[in-house]
Design a protein around this ligand. Structure first.
Ligand SMILES: Cc1ncc(COP(=O)(O)O)c(C=O)c1O
Length: 360
């Protein structure tokens, strides 16, 4: 195999090599069954055990209370933008959204199809370089839920703490699930596409408090009701078998690393190395305000777009892959999810110093 590059992609993103190698073997012959994992019936005993173990591990690692259901759905995190209001925003009622980037804007657009939307905070005029503090917004008492994006993948901002609220709190955790310890009991619903911190694209995890399952209006189609999937343990129809299996393998790996608390420590250390390199010079400039900095995605600029293009190209030639920033804000972005190795950050920091010396 050719040398593995350092993959800074925002998602799908780097996965632990041991998970990829195991998946490669299991795709061909799963547990000596003479059959590949992706050829097996989702109702087979073997696959049912895989799905149950994936759910059990997620519950263990995130300490998910018993009154929450864990669902493995399809349609990407983007389908949750409409499934949330379709199931939880009763016609004529209101929901409150915090607009911290493109992913919240898309969710706001969909929510407006179902009810009234109150945007209680927006950092759009500041190019989404920050998330709000609690004192910067209020939530109307009659609002049915408060919706926020925990980590804003494009801009590299992250809520350092979650809102303390009596409202049903809903969070898109697509780009930081399992990266830090959270108290699930504070949330009504959490969702995350798997393809950043949990595994391959193809499955979206939804963690929903069970009292919310009965709010769905009658006219919502069967497949789009959370309760349909909750009642059938995500086996109402053929689930994304391979993605669920791979998430399970990533969860085993997370557990082996010491669990979510250990991941959080590592993530803080890795991010601190990169932010220290950015703060040490005027050549690199972080996009996010310091108090809103993400541990997962680090977006930064160089003095000119030409230098940014040169930086990305020279880095790629040396095996630092995927450092180009999102097209909506340009610049550079290093995504350093759970599975991204510390050495890759150390080597990038060294490359950044070298590049600055040659180009400033
Ligand atoms: C925070 C966040 N939410 C939602 C999405 C959309 O996910 P999907 O492509 O699975 O629909 C992304 C994709 O990058 C994201 O970063």
């Amino acid at each position: 195999m050719s040398k593995r590059v350092y993959n800074f992609s925002a998602g799908p993103a780097t996965l632990p090599l041991e998970v990829l190698e195991q998946a490669g073997r299991d795709i061909v012959n799963f547990q000596d069954s003479g059959m590949g994992l992706i050829e097996m019936s989702h109702r087979s005993k073997q696959f049912m055990a895989v799905a149950a173990e994936t759910e059990r591990l997620l519950r263990e690692l995130m300490e998910i209370p018993d009154n929450y259901k864990v669902l493995f759905l399809q349609g990407g995190a983007s389908s949750q933008f409409f499934m949330v209001p379709m199931n939880l925003l009763t016609s004529g009622k209101k929901a409150t959204y915090l607009n911290t980037g493109v992913w919240s804007k898309k969710a706001i657009k969909e929510a407006k199809l179902f009810g009234e939307v109150e945007v209680a905070f927006s950092s759009e005029e500041q190019k989404f370089c920050r998330v709000p503090t609690a004192s910067e917004y209020t939530v109307t008492p009659e609002s049915e839920y408060l919706y926020m994006v925990s980590n804003n993948t494009i801009y590299g901002t992250q809520f350092p703490t979650f809102p303390e609220t009596d409202h049903v709190l809903i969070s898109d955790m697509s780009s930081d699930i399992l990266s830090r310890k959270i108290d699930v009991s504070k949330f009504g619903l959490i969702f995350a596409g798997a393809q950043k911190n949990m595994g391959p694209a193809g499955v979206t995890v939804v963690i929903i408090r069970d009292d919310l399952l009965d709010r769905t209006p009658e006219q919502v189609p069967t497949m789009l009701r959370y309760k349909t999937h909750a009642d059938k343990d995500s086996m109402f129809n053929t689930p994304p078998c391979f993605a669920i299996y791979a998430v399970g393998e990533v969860l085993k790996w997370v557990k082996k690393q010491g669990g979510v608390a250990a991941m959080e420590e590592r993530n803080k250390e890795k991010a601190a190395l990169l932010y220290a390199a950015i703060d040490a010079t005027d050549f690199y400039k972080g996009h996010a305000e310091k108090s809103s900095r993400s541990l997962m995605n680090i977006s930064f600029n160089l003095p000119t777009p030409e230098l940014e293009a040169k930086f990305v190209a020279e880095a790629a030639a040396l095996g630092f892959n995927g450092l180009k920033g999102h097209r909506s804000i340009g610049g550079c972005r290093a995504s350093i999810y759970n599975a991204f190795p510390r050495q890759g950050v150390v080597d990038l920091v060294a490359f950044m110093a070298e590049f600055e010396k040659k180009n400033s």
